[in-house]
Design a protein around this ligand. Structure first.
Ligand SMILES: C[S@@+](CC[C@H](N)C(=O)[O-])C[C@H]1O[C@@H](n2cnc3c(N)ncnc32)[C@H](O)[C@@H]1O
Length: 307
């Protein structure tokens, strides 16, 4: 208890804890939020990590700090502390900087996909060596009334989805990708499909409107994956299903620059924690492996817990 209070008894460290309550950030990002030198920020992060208040998530050569240490006492006092954070110096400015950083994460992906929409199908064909995952993914999608695919891209599985539901909504934040998907739907003569421009952390859909929500190779672009799970829970009807296909954790840093990926895949434990926090029960986690040296994929199916 004394160690925890000592670690927290400092304005800079309280600011760090307040910022990390909003998401996972690198030292560089934290340095820019606090407008302080890197060595000073790193020193404070070490004190908080040593006290078990923070933990570090390695992503290739980058490290993300997060508010999920093993300090049970801190976790117990945190809900009360959080209510008083507004009185900490610079709080408003810190939160503004946090939302600028999250916006810049989103913009990076948006600019990338707007730029590459026309060539995306050719470009993406060689990216993954796990062709079989799509069949396994479709197996997890129930026959139902309304399916939403978020990050629909050029719409390469819309034909299969339209055989599962009379109404399919494709959402994407890139107007250029949506144009490609509309073109495909027209060429294939598919019915019952509509498109909406939207951001996965603020979906253009009402509460409880959807039976099945699909995220196929899009979660690794999320500014804050945890937020996407909360939003998924809001739009799904009780008992509705969330189906995700994405990359397993890998260490290939190049994907950040070449593919605008935000996250180097995910671990099952972090996905399960986000799911539980948002109101889902995880029904199935199926790993699908590529050829040696290639990234593995996972398919996850979860049910929204009934109210
Ligand atoms: C890798 S592509 C996958 C497309 C498609 N699901 C597929 O598997 O072929 C990722 C798609 O997600 C979209 N996307 C990325 N970040 C997004 C966000 N924050 N909100 C909505 N769509 C997003 C991109 O514009 C892109 O179309």
């Amino acid at each position: 208890m004394i160690d925890t209070f000592k670690a927290l008894a400092d304005v800079t460290r309280l600011r760090l804890v307040g910022v990390l309550s909003k998401g996972e950030f690198t030292v560089q990002e934290l340095t820019s939020v606090l407008a302080m030198g890197q060595s000073r920020v790193s020193r404070h992060l070490k004190i908080l990590s040593d006290a078990g208040i923070l933990s570090v998530k390695r992503q290739g050569t980058w490290a993300y700090y997060r508010l999920k240490g093993d300090n049970q006492f801190f976790l117990d006092i945190w809900p009360t502390m959080e209510q008083s954070l507004n009185s900490v110096a610079n709080r408003e400015r810190d939160l503004e900087r946090v939302s600028e950083i999250l916006d810049s994460r989103r913009r990076r992906s948006l600019e990338f996909f707007d730029r590459h929409a026309r060539q995306w199908d050719d470009f993406s064909r060689n990216l993954l060596s796990v062709p079989s995952y799509l069949a396994a993914l479709l197996n997890e999608i129930p026959v139902c009334r309304v399916i939403v695919e978020v990050g629909v891209g050029t719409g390469n599985i819309l034909a299969s989805l339209s055989r599962k539901a009379p109404k399919v909504v494709g959402v994407d934040h890139s107007p250029a990708m949506l144009d490609e998907a509309r073109l495909r739907v027209g060429q294939e003569g598919l019915a019952g499909i509509e498109f909406r421009l939207g951001e996965m952390s603020h979906l253009p859909l009402g509460d409880n409107e959807v039976d099945c929500l699909l995220l196929n190779m899009v979660l690794h672009h999320a500014a804050l994956p945890e937020r996407v799970f909360q939003e998924a829970c809001r739009i799904l009807a009780p008992g509705g299903r969330l189906v995700i296909a994405d990359l397993q954790r890998h260490d290939q840093d190049w994907v950040r620059d070449k593919l605008a990926d935000q996250w180097l895949g995910f671990e099952r434990t972090e996905l399960e924690a986000w799911l539980a926090g948002a109101g889902f029960s995880c029904a199935r986690f199926v790993p699908v492996y590529g050829t040696v040296g290639q990234q593995g994929v996972f398919i996850l199916a979860a049910g929204r817990i009934e109210d």
